[in-house]
Ligand binder design. Sequence first.
Ligand SMILES: Nc1ncnc2c1ncn2[C@@H]1O[C@H](COP(=O)(O)OP(=O)(O)OP(=O)(O)O)[C@@H](O)[C@H]1O
Ligand SMILES: [Mg+2]
Length: 221
Amino acid sequence: MTDALRCTGLGHRYPGAESDALDGVDLVVPVGGAAVVVGPSGAGKSTLLAVLAGLTRPSRGRVEVDGVDLAAASDSALRALRRRSLAVAVQNPFRNLLPYGSALDNLRLVRRTAGVRGGQEPARLLDALGLGDIASSPVHTLSGGERQRVALASAVSAGPRLLLVDEPTSQLDRVSRDRVVALLQRITGELGTAVLAVTHDPEVAAALGGVVRLRDGRIEQ
Ligand SMILES: Nc1ncnc2c1ncn2[C@@H]1O[C@H](COP(=O)(O)OP(=O)(O)OP(=O)(O)O)[C@@H](O)[C@H]1O
Ligand SMILES: [Mg+2]
């Protein structure tokens, strides 16, 4: 089967920089698999996410999401890929959500924007992800951990092949963090959406598995 993500020889140097932010990164995430990128500040984690999301064009190398080569894809193919196959959850969950809408409203909006009709109904998806009891609450009334889980549910509600997540647990206490990790495990295990997460938390990395250590733009063996 086609991998959810495959990148080879990925390199990036920001204009005017004296060294590469990414230098020969090879990475494969199978369908329904997980990879966790860890590494010190400046290692290139955010740059990697931006390149994989198709937001930054890499200086060299190749990225394939769901079998589509990002560099070779037409603009319309890229738009379709971003809408349908690829989801991105940025660090602050509020930035991924409409605060005055409920969880259900947010999921419905994402599906409508992606033009998705079939697949898992929002109410069912929230139930399946253990969020049924807060499905109708306005997002601004939820706790930080609940918001993050709704943001992740919303990100996968159009049935993407790959979810890219930046620091999913950085502002959460231990209990909320464990719930977010359990949710990400359900997203890979039950929905079959592959997850690539960046985290500073070693326990989150260990729980999700597939740890990739990045330093100075390179993967450490
Ligand atoms: N927009 C930019 N222009 C120029 N250089 C940049 C830019 N963004 C990042 N860099 C540089 O690229 C390298 C990698 O940065 P990046 O932000 O990807 O690291 P990171 O691993 O996400 O760090 P952190 O853990 O602090 O978020 C660093 O040397 C950084 O200074
Ligand atoms: Mg970063």
